[in-house]
Design a protein around this ligand. Structure first.
Ligand code: 5AD
Ligand code: SF4
Length: 481
């Protein structure tokens, strides 16, 4: 959120303030004055396209940057080209990187037709020195490059680019401070993500996130609660608490607080109806948290609990710090205490050294847990991670076959679970008009499943009872009751 009072007080005739967020407010105002002139010169408003790859964290960062750009004077457009094109990149798997270079190739052409166009790259991929070098060398038409730690500096960086008319590249190796009170532009007026922590300390051996997002830092609970109260006053009914490993929330705070304690506090916020959170690492999921989930009425009946592999041998090589048996025991415990919970997961196929037996252990866990749904990934080698140097990289044809087998097993179970819910009525938060059929509106159950029903847009943002009439595998058709 903007702190409008502080924003008003910033005087752009003076020197830039040192303090944040005032400093960025100052440059936002400076950029805004520039954008007004530009728009007048062109006889039309300036346009922007913010394109986001990757996870919920990136989506949240993009919401913040969109709000800043909007304040400056850019209007969102659906077109892939615009006066300002910002790519918020992901690097968790290699194909995300390839996608960006593909899109840049296309934009180069567009920029030759509109030389005033600005192209910016930020996010996880920019935290990798090799990628930044490649951009500098082969994509010199890119105007702005920054990383994950200085997203809040967008106004200052943009202003510096406007002034110098040269590319500005600023990537920090480490996070400095957590800057509060920058605005966010919500995709939906009634639900949004709220960062509760940044970074990750786990160093799973395949994962690049700890290198590009830095060490774990938690936000102060009061800042989080104040943000949520503010959001609720603006009409938000559902929040998703975001962190790479929310279960270790609070460990870096001076006044320690557990995630379970935070959840109980968020649950008390008046007017808030639903709470979700992401992502939970099984090794840190405490009994205390399971109790909080059971007792907090607003916490949704859904837990995303990444498995990654069902083989204890592979889990060890992945540095996940739990075993197959430990994971299954945890699931048992959760199901005992929160019987109606839906479980979803992430699984990687083809980790170095994965044998047929290891893969069958994964299938075994999938069959035992019976996930409502699962995200499945083919292992992608990320240079700089320990797994990239491991022996026994699995041949692609074998990986592909395992991947297809896994997908089939997951889909069959999902279909059985969803079919069993048909005929029952659940509260559904209505979210949008169906993109394919405007007579339908689409909403989500507490367990995050999607349902389409006949209805009009006046229901959007409301929680209404819906009877599930038909299961389509991973979504439902329903009737508003
Ligand atoms: N290869 C494939 N999948 C990966 N993930 C993270 N790193 C890799 C990688 N190198 C997956 C994990 C994680 C999800 C967000 O992405 O399953 O939970
Ligand atoms: Fe990556 Fe593991 Fe951290 Fe998740 S917990 S972000 S998989 S290192």
């Amino acid at each position: 959120m903007f702190d409008y009072e502080r924003l008003e007080l910033v005087d752009i005739e003076k020197e830039a303030p040192e303090r944040e967020p005032e400093r960025q407010y100052y440059f936002m105002k400076k950029c805004r004055a520039w954008a007004e002139e530009e728009a007048a010169g062109r006889g039309r408003p300036l346009t922007m396209s913010v394109q986001t790859l990757g996870c919920q964290m990136n989506a949240k960062d993009s919401e913040k940057m969109t709000a800043v750009l909007e304040y400056i004077g850019y209007r969102e457009t659906e077109e892939p080209t615009a006066d300002f094109v910002l790519f918020n990149t992901c690097t968790v798997r290699e194909n995300a990187n390839l996608k960006i270079y593909g899109r840049l190739g296309y934009l180069k052409n567009q920029k030759s037709k509109n030389p005033a166009m600005k192209i910016a790259l930020c996010g996880c991929m920019m935290q990798e020195a090799d990628e930044v070098e490649k951009v500098k060398k082969s994509y010199s038409f890119v105007d702005l490059v920054f990383g994950t730690h200085n997203i809040y500096k967008l106004p200052e960086l943009l202003y510096s680019q406007i002034q110098s008319r040269h590319p500005v590249i600023d990537v920090w190796q480490e996070a400095k401070e957590i800057v509060e009170d920058l605005p966010g532009k919500r995709k939906y007026p009634f639900k949004t993500g709220v960062n509760i922590m940044f970074g990750c300390n786990n160093f799973c051996s395949y994962c690049i996130v700890p290198y590009v997002r830095g060490r774990e830092r938690s936000r102060e609970p009061e800042d989080i609660l104040e943000e949520i109260r503010g959001l609720v006053s603006e009409g938000v009914v559902e929040v998703m608490l975001l962190g790479q490993n929310v279960n270790s929330y609070g460990k870096t705070l001076e006044k320690k607080m557990t995630f379970a304690e935070l959840l109980r506090e968020v649950n008390k916020v008046e007017g808030l109806k639903r709470i979700r959170f992401m992502t939970s690492h099984p090794k840190d999921l405490s009994e205390e948290l399971i109790d909080a989930m059971r007792e907090c009425r607003k916490v949704c009946a859904h837990l995303h609990l990444p498995l990654q592999s069902g083989s204890s041998r592979i889990l060890k090589k992945m540095n996940r710090q739990y075993t197959k048996e430990g994971y299954l025991k945890l699931v048992d415990n959760i199901r005992k205490k929160v019987p109606d919970i839906s479980l979803t997961t992430d699984i990687i196929v083809g980790f170095p050294g994965e044998t047929e037996e290891d893969f069958e252990e994964t299938l075994d866990v999938v069959k035992k847990v019976r996930y409502d749904s699962a995200y499945t990934f083919i292992y992608s080698k990320r240079s700089g991670t320990p797994a990239a140097a491991m022996e026994g990289q699995v041949p692609q044809e074998i990986v592909k076959k395992r991947f297809d087998r896994l997908l089939k097993t997951i889909q069959k179970i999902s279909a059985e679970i969803t079919a069993a819910r048909v005929g029952q009525t659940f509260p559904v938060l209505m979210e949008e008009v169906n993109s394919q059929d405007a007579s339908l509106i689409t909403g989500r159950l507490s367990n995050n499943e999607v349902v389409h029903c006949a209805g009009d847009r006046s229901l959007i943002g409301k929680i209404v009872p819906v009877k599930l009439t038909e299961s389509k595998g991973f979504y439902y058709m329903g009737e508003v009751q």
